[in-house]
Design a protein around this ligand. Sequence first.
Ligand code: NAP
Length: 495
Amino acid sequence: MSLFPDATLPEIEEAMRAAEEAFQQYQHTTPAQRRDFLQVVADLLEAAGDDLLQVAMRETHLPEARLRAERGRTAFQLRQYGQAAASGLHLDLRIDTANADRIPQKPDLRKMMVPLGPVVVFGASNFPFAYSTAGGDTASALAVGCPVVVKAHPAHPATSQAVAELVLKAAGLTRMPDGVFQHLHGVDNRVGEALVTHPLTRAVGFTGSYRGGKALFDLAACRDTPIPVFAEMGSVNPIFALPGRMKAHAAELAVQYVASLTLGVGQFCTNPGIVVAIANDSMECWAEKLQTELENIPSGNMLHEGIARQYHEGVQAMMAQAGVARLAAGQNPAGEQQGQAMMARVSAASFLANPALMHEVFGPFALLVVCTDVHEMMAVANQFGGQLTCTIWALEEELERHSSLLHLLAGKCGRLLFNGVPTGVEVCDAMQHGGPFPATTDNRFSSVGADALRRFTRPLCFQNFPEPLLPLPLRNNNAEGWLRLINGKPSYDSL
Ligand code: NAP
């Protein structure tokens, strides 16, 4: 029998009931109380020391340094989201006072964001800490007052279990209601399906494949009461290389690109899987440098067997497409679990004729799409669906001259980069991690940065309420000094 058996239907029922019961109390905790809870989770996570890293290393094949950094990022996220909640910014407080002299009379209206209710979070395989059990989705939901039920990713159940125990301990230490956080295992898809379709589930957070995210989104949409599914799915994060920048920095760009493509064996959602360039000597110079750089990259173990298998199949399928030729490859793999870095090239004409070439191959695989001129580059850009990021390599004056490319790409992604590479997602207020479908299922929101909290709230307006019965943030006395829009003007004052 498995050490981590799948949750049964009665266990799922019990978990959702407990989450709903917890919600009745948890939604009324103050943002400061929730900040303290998340702070203790972060402290315990850091105090768990190397033992936890060893468990994660065994399960994910990720190196210790990466896991250590990811755990640090997860603790930072928990603290930052807790502080964001305490700042009250996500509450979007608005007060429009009554006007009895107006005809008709204007009522007193006060609006704030309130928590949705129990949230189901699917752990992501490629971020065993930062987007799993106590990761960004969990931290966002807990920060705004939603209980969380985590479905552990089956590729790292022991890591997930160990982190879950820390969250439960933190909940006990900070006296959060029972059921505020629960953790279930599920190798069988039916566990996830039962959680998404459970009537008490109010929202879902997911990071993973298009197939998985879209399946869960469709299930949620077909419920008697549909609920939002915030799924972050595939993205090829195209880079558009204009000739001026290529000419001035070909070698530097090649080095930077190879490092980004092969980071973490390419298993990042912001991995830059397609470069679109214009055929000329600078591009060939870039490709030559890229070849020598890539040749030195060792193959690395991928996260789990399924991801490695899908990578090999994906690369094979790409290489079999018409007009696709191998450009460069990393060192040979030592076994089936390893992913060998690989880049192929294809003409823009072949690319435009074959939509299969736009599919993400999750791992260190990339395609160089060679255009005859900027017009063809525009046609290629136009072909892309929604992306998490788009990058333009250009000189400043080139960017000005090609503003139509810039505007086209702005409509395709959530984060637009001028030079640089898209890997490395800063956790901060101005970050946007989410793009038009199919990159995510709802591009109005971000899953990284304090704006991630907004996904799990909804607006509630109070009309003509007796002042003492209003929630604290909407009362006349602004005891916490929160920012509020009062009769159209931003204010930190009391009324
Ligand atoms: P996944 O297959 O999408 O699985 C993610 C989670 O969702 C797992 O817990 C999985 O459970 C569950 N799930 C998937 N399909 C489901 C369904 N139809 N019903 C209920 N639950 C479902 O992702 P993965 O295992 O991490 O990796 C597989 C592929 O996903 C990769 O090769 C890659 O293409 C993509 N991926 C993308 C990202 C990204 O950042 N966008 C990150 C990681 C992976 P089960 O495992 O039990 O099915």
